[in-house]
Design a protein around this ligand. Structure first.
Ligand SMILES: [Fe+2]
Length: 506
C-alpha cells in the first residue's frame, strides 16, 4: 500500500468511525503542516507516572525543533486537565515526543492529547499502575509479531475492544525485509531496512495502521523487542551474515525503535546499546520482569554452513549447545532478574520475554531442537528455571512470542519432564506474521507432553485476567489473519491457581 493510499485508508476509517474532527484534520491529504498521522501511545506505567508518546508526521517536513504541547485529563472531553506542558520534537530524534508525566494518582484512567502548530492529535487513554499493596484484579494482554505484508491488524482492533488495563508487546514490532510481491500488503522501500531513514519509514508505515493506533490509544503498553526490529536471528553484535558494520546498523535500528516506543526520555540511547530490561510492579498483585533476549546473548550454536543465526540441529551433533557458560540474557541481566525475583512482596511473577522457554523437540527421541530459542541455550535455560524455582518466588509465569504459535506449557525443574512443575508458560501467537505447518506441529506435540496446547495456523493474542488466587487466560484467534474485517473467537481457555504451578484447562 502506498503512503497516499494509507492516508486515505486512515481518513476513511476515521470518518467511518465518526472520529473527532482533529483526527480527520491530521489525515488531511497534502497538509503542509505537521500532524499526527502516526497516532499516540503511552507506556511504562507506574503508580504515580506514565509516559506519553507521539511522533509528528514524517511527511510534514517540520522545522528542526517543533514545540509540542501535551495535556492529560481525568475525562475524555478534557474538561478536567490535571497536567499539561510543552515538549520539543527534534529532527535528530525523528520528531518523536516522549513525556514522562508525574504526580498522578494510582490505578486511575487518564486521557491525553498533543497540539503542534495548530493541529490536535487523536486522544489516547491510559492508566497508572496501582498503589503498592493493592491486590485489585488486572486485565492484560500479550501480543507479538506484526509482519505487515503477512496480514492485517484485526487482532489489534479486537484487543482494543476488550479494554485491557495493560498491553505487553513481546517483540517483532516491525520486520526489516524488502517488499515481497504477492503479499497481503506491501512493505514500502526497495531493500531491507538498513539506514536510520529506512527504519523510521518502516515504523511510520506500520504505525499508519488505524487498528494498531487504536490499540496504542486504548491502554498503556510495556514493550520489549526481538530480532526483526534489527535483523532476523541477530545475536548481540553479530548479524546472521557476519556483516562487518553490523553494530552501526544495530545502533540505527535501536534508535528508531526508541523513537517509536512509549519509553521514558531517560532511556534515550547514547551509544550502540539500549537497556530494555525493566520491571513493572502492579501493586502487590504482580511484578512484570521484562527481558531482552537479543542484545547480550552468545551467538547461536551450530549455525547453517557459512553463516550465523538459528538452525534446527541434532543435539548429539552439536556439542557447543551443552557448554554451560553460554548466555542468553548476559550476566548483568541474569543477576538483575535474580534480584527482582528475590525481592518478593508480590503474589505473581511474570517473565515477559520473546521466545519459548519450554523445551521443545521435533523428534521422538527428544533430541532435535531449534537453536535460536531457549532450547539452543540449555545451560542458560537451566539457570532461569533455577531462579524461578527458588523458595519465595511466588507463582512464576513465563510470557512469550516469536514462534507465531499459541503454546501453553508446564515448566519442569531443570527442564526435566520427570521433575516437578515449577512454573507455567503462555506463548502467544502472532498478530499477523504467518505460522508454519500445523500438521508438522501436530506430529511433534506427542513428544512434548508438557505442552498442553499448540496452534500455529491462527493469528491473534492472549487475554489474561489476574486476581490474587487465579490467572485466567483466553487464547484469542482470528477468523482470517489476511482479512481486515476478521472476527475473533476464544480458541481455548486455561487457568493457573495460585500456589499450584502448571496450566489447567478451562
Ligand atoms: Fe516474528
Amino acid at each position: 500500500m502506498t503512503a497516499d493510499l494509507n492516508r486515505r485508508h486512515l481518513l476513511a476509517a476515521a470518518l467511518a468511525a465518526g472520529a473527532a474532527p482533529s483526527l480527520v484534520a491530521c489525515a488531511n491529504l497534502g497538509s503542509p503542516e505537521p500532524c499526527f498521522t502516526l497516532g499516540v501511545a503511552s507506556g511504562t506505567p507506574r503508580p504515580d507516572s506514565i509516559v506519553l508518546w507521539t511522533r509528528l508526521s514524517p511527511e510534514a517536513h517540520p522545522a528542526r525543533v517543533v514545540e509540542v504541547r501535551w495535556e492529560l485529563a481525568t475525562d475524555e472531553s478534557f474538561r478536567h486537565v490535571v497536567r499539561s506542558g510543552v515538549d520539543h520534537a527534534e529532527a535528530d530524534w525523528g520528531h518523536s515526543v516522549h513525556v514522562q508525566v508525574g504526580g498522578l494518582e494510582p490505578a486511575r484512567w487518564y486521557w491525553y492529547r498533543f497540539t503542534a502548530l495548530g493541529q490536535v492529535s487523536p486522544v489516547g487513554r491510559t492508566r497508572t499502575a496501582p498503589a503498592a499493596g493493592s491486590l485489585d484484579p488486572v486485565a492484560f494482554a500479550i501480543a507479538s509479531c506484526q509482519r505487515w505484508d503477512h496480514g492485517h491488524y484485526a487482532a489489534w482492533r479486537h484487543l482494543a475492544d476488550e479494554s485491557p488495563d495493560l498491553v505487553l508487546f513481546l517483540g517483532d514490532y516491525i520486520y526489516e525485509y524488502a517488499p515481497v510481491p504477492g503479499g497481503v500488503r506491501l512493505h514500502q522501500g526497495l531493500t531491507d531496512t538498513r539506514t536510520l531513514a529506512q527504519y523510521r519509514a518502516r515504523y511510520a508505515q506500520y504505525k499508519g495502521d488505524p487498528d494498531l493506533q487504536r490499540a496504542h490509544a486504548s491502554a498503556p503498553w510495556i514493550v520489549t523487542w526481538d530480532d526483526h526490529e534489527v535483523q532476523n536471528d541477530y545475536a548481540a553484535d553479530q548479524g546472521p551474515f557476519f556483516a562487518p558494520a553490523f553494530l552501526e546498523r544495530r545502533a540505527r535500528a535501536y534508535q528508531a525503535w526508541w523513537e517509536h516506543m512509549p519509553l521514558p526520555p531517560s532511556t534515550r540511547p547514547t551509544g550502540p546499546g539500549l537497556q530494555v530490561f525493566d520491571r513493572c510492579d502492579w501493586g502487590a498483585l504482580a511484578r512484570f520482569h521484562v527481558l531482552d533476549n537479543r542484545q547480550y546473548r552468545d551467538p547461536q550454536a551450530c549455525p547453517p554452513p557459512g553463516r550465523g543465526g538459528g538452525n534446527t540441529v541434532d543435539v548429539a551433533r552439536c556439542p557447543d549447545l551443552a557448554r554451560p557458560e553460554r548466555t542468553y540474557l548476559g550476566a548483568t541481566q541474569e543477576r538483575w532478574l535474580g534480584e527482582g525475583l528475590a525481592r518478593g512482596g508480590v503474589r505473581w511473577n511474570f517473565i515477559a520475554q520473546q521466545t519459548l522457554v519450554a523445551p521443545f523437540t521435533w523428534r521422538p527421541d527428544g533430541n532435535r531442537v531449534w537453536t535460536d530459542g531457549w532450547s539452543g541455550y540449555p545451560g542458560a535455560r537451566a539457570r532461569l528455571l533455577g531462579q524461578l524455582a527458588r523458595p519465595g518466588v511466588e507463582n512464576p509465569v513465563v510470557l512469550g512470542g516469536d514462534t507465531h504459535t499459541h503454546y501453553v506449557c508446564d515448566l519442569h525443574q531443570r527442564g526435566d519432564p520427570t521433575a516437578p512443575v515449577i512454573a507455567t508458560e503462555f506463548c502467544g501467537t502472532s498478530i499477523s506474521s504467518r505460522g508454519r505447518s500445523q500438521a508438522q506441529l501436530d506430529a511433534a506435540l506427542p513428544w512434548n507432553p508438557h505442552v498442553h496446547y499448540g496452534r500455529r495456523d491462527e493469528r491473534g493474542y492472549v487475554a489474561f485476567r489476574l486476581a490474587p488466587g487465579r490467572l485466567d487466560a483466553r487464547l484469542r484467534a482470528l477468523s482470517d489473519g489476511a482479512d481486515p474485517a476478521a472476527t475473533v473467537r476464544t480458541a481455548a481457555t486455561f487457568h493457573v491457581e495460585s500456589g499450584r504451578a502448571g496450566a489447567q484447562r478451562g
